[in-house]
Structures are given as structure tokens and as C-alpha cells.
Design a protein around this ligand. Structure first.
Ligand code: 0O2
Length: 213
């Protein structure tokens, strides 16, 4: 490992993750209070491991003095939603906020990754207040459904267990099929929800009609 003081380097990222976790958990509660349903199911956050930062810097050819701009997911937030439609809503809420600035988004839902991975990533610049003044840091916010998260969590841990080696083709194919099964599950859940909403609407219309008569 190089002579960098990693603790000092990572401190503003840790601060950003802690603050962003609180902000999105507060947003979840606010949505629950105001709308009785929250598009956010739960929120997690993590700091990228030093070994992963170094591995990614090497893979992307990022010089060691440009890690702050070259690696965008040192601070990572994950927002889990029940339905695919909730993801766009949360992305719009993030865009409208004044405490973070959206740099760009990666839509791995419309364009799934080769592995089968689906998720919506928003790269934001978030200002942390430090003793030395304001420091803007980049953070990656991953927005996904529970089904997408289920698949990604297990796939990540299987890859990790394989110690970075490429998984055999047959296993990758089965994982990709499992990702499609998760996608079909998401579509069916959305359909069930919209059918229920429709049924409720027509029930309300009918009872209004009965009251009028
Ligand atoms: P960790 O442990 O969270 O640090 P590239 O990989 O070159 O396409 P890039 O920029 O690395 O591009 O990808 P991006 O969009 O920033 O996504 C990085 C993160 O997204 C990953 O972090 C994962 O959290 C998630 N991710 C992306 N692809 C996959 C995938 O195929 N499977 C799973 N399970 N997660 C994925 P790290 O660095 O992997 O991990």
C-alpha cells in the first residue's frame, strides 16, 4: 500500500455517507407521513474498501492523485424501493434538492449490464462541512427495487467468494437468467399494484354513485 493517510482521506466520505443516510431515511419518513406510502423501503450506505479503491483506480487508469474525481463511488448510498416506478420518483426528488448536485445518472435498468445487473445510479456532488471549510465530495446513489437488490447482493457475494476470478460461463448464464426472473417478478408486482389501484378506484366511483342515488 502507498504512504497515503487513508483515514484522513476517507474522513469526508464517511461524513458524507452518514449525512446522506440520515437525509434519505428522513425523506422515507416524510413520504410515509405525507403520502401514507413511501417510495423508499430502506436505505444503506458504505465507504468503498481501500483495496477496492486501488483495484478500480488500476482498472480505470486513474492516477493516485486524482482519486477524488476519478473514482465516483468512494461514498456509496443505496436506496431500496418496492416498485420500479418508485425509482424515477426518487431520482426526480434527488434532482430537485438543493443540498446535493446531480452530476449525471447511469440507467442500468433500461440498459442492464451484461451480468444481468439492474439499478439506477445517480452521481452527486455533496458538500461536507469540515473544520477546514466546505469540501465537495462525489457520491454514488444506487436506486433499485428489492428484487434488484436481492439479485445484486447475492451475485456480488458469489463473485467475492470466487476471489475475483471470472465465474464459469455456465454459472454466469444461470445468474443472468436469475436476474431475468427478478425482472419478471418486478413487472408482475407493478401490474398487481396497478390492478389493485384500478379496482379501488372503480369501487370508490360505484359507492359515490350509490350515495347520489
Ligand atoms: P463495492 O463493493 O460496492 O465497492 P464498470 O464496472 O466499468 O461498468 P463502474 O463505474 O465501476 O463501471 O460501475 P458503476 O456504475 O460505478 O458501478 C459500480 C457499483 O455498481 C459496484 O460497486 C456495485 O455496487 C454495482 N454493480 C455494478 N455492476 C454490478 C454487477 O454486475 N453486479 C453487482 N452485484 N453489482 C454491480 P463495486 O465496485 O462492485 O463494489
Amino acid at each position: 500500500m502507498d504512504g497515503r493517510d487513508w483515514k484522513k482521506f476517507l474522513f469526508p466520505y464517511e461524513q458524507a455517507v452518514e449525512e446522506l443516510k440520515i437525509k434519505f431515511k428522513t425523506l422515507r419518513d416524510e413520504l410515509r407521513n405525507r403520502e401514507e406510502y413511501s417510495s423508499i423501503e430502506f436505505v444503506t450506505g458504505r465507504i468503498k474498501k481501500v483495496s477496492s479503491i486501488l483495484g478500480k483506480a488500476k482498472r480505470l487508469n486513474v492516477p493516485m492523485d486524482q482519486l477524488e474525481t476519478g473514482i465516483e463511488d468512494i461514498a456509496g448510498i443505496r436506496i431500496m424501493c418496492q416498485f420500479v416506478e418508485d425509482i424515477q420518483r426518487i431520482a426526480e426528488i434527488i434532482s430537485a434538492r438543493h443540498d446535493m448536485k446531480v452530476i449525471y445518472a447511469k440507467d442500468y435498468i433500461t440498459n442492464k449490464k451484461e451480468s444481468g445487473y439492474r439499478s439506477y445510479h445517480v452521481i452527486v456532488e455533496y458538500p461536507v462541512q469540515t473544520l477546514l471549510g466546505m469540501k465537495p465530495v462525489l457520491a454514488e446513489i444506487q436506486i433499485r427495487t428489492l428484487a434488484m437488490n436481492f439479485w445484486a447482493t447475492i451475485e456480488h457475494s458469489l463473485n467475492y467468494k470466487y476471489k475475483g476470478a471470472v465465474l464459469p460461463e455456465e454459472v454466469r448464464l444461470r445468474l443472468s437468467r436469475a436476474a431475468e426472473a427478478a425482472h419478471i417478478l418486478d413487472q408482475e408486482m407493478s401490474k398487481i399494484r396497478s390492478d389493485i389501484v384500478e379496482a379501488q378506484k372503480s369501487f370508490e366511483d360505484d359507492s359515490r354513485l350509490v350515495r347520489k342515488i
